[in-house]
Design a protein around this ligand. Structure first.
Ligand code: HEC
Length: 175
């Protein structure tokens, strides 16, 4: 009799802990976004920067040189402007940017900022905390380098730097 009471107690305890675990898991999955796993946070950050395409704009000539730019020069910004109806914008020097901002503010910037094209905020705003923190740590590990980028140029004004035009052409052709 004593023994069966003990067994019942064990069953109830197991049942209760499973329910608690289930509730905890559900809250976690509804609140957290997907993130990548790697051996270290730096490895994760480096991987995300590459596959997230950040170098394409934030590292000068990275796309033109098919990625053949030494890692030491990555993410120091690009003085080649991006011109469209919004004027001309310059992909910032992210290695200097992270010197002036703490990790929590970086996460908030990544998840909430909306500024000018072609920075793909509509994609980047979906990044999880875990991934955003990994990128921050990676940028910090590269250390400060280079200069701040030129100020944006308003629409209609010709920039004093080289620039890429994002004006769509040939749009009246049937497609
Ligand atoms: C298609 C080009 C492009 C890509 C790809 C891109 N960016 Fe940007 N980014 C820009 C431009 C241009 C600006 C400046 C926008 C402005 O002036 O409003 C910018 C601004 C930023 C800023 C604000 C910095 C500041 O000085 O205020 C952050 C942070 C940033 N980008 C992070 C990233 C990260 C992280 C990635 C990769 C996941 C990325 N960007 C990919 C073009 C790009």
């Amino acid at each position: 009799m004593k023994n069966s009471k003990k067994i019942n107690l064990i069953y109830i305890t197991i049942l209760l802990s499973s329910i608690l675990l289930l509730v905890k898991c559900q809250t976690k999955s509804s609140n957290s976004r997907a993130y990548i796993e790697a051996n270290t946070q730096l490895e994760a950050g480096r991987y995300l920067v590459i596959i997230g395409g950040c170098n394409d704009c934030h590292t000068e000539e990275y796309a033109m040189k098919e990625g053949n730019v030494p890692e030491d020069e990555w993410l120091t910004g690009s003085v080649i402007g991006n011109q469209g109806p919004w004027g001309t914008t310059y992909a910032s020097n992210l290695r200097l940017f992270v010197q002036d901002i703490n990790e929590d503010d970086w996460v908030e910037t990544i998840q909430t900022r909306k500024s000018m094209p072609p920075m793909p905020w509509m994609n980047v705003n979906n990044m999880s905390d875990v991934d955003a923190r990994a990128i921050y740590k990676y940028l910090k590990s590269l250390g400060p380098k280079g200069e701040k980028m030129p100020r944006n140029v308003p629409p209609g004004k010709v920039p004093k730097t080289p620039y890429i035009s994002y004006v769509p052409l040939n749009m009246d052709v049937e497609h």
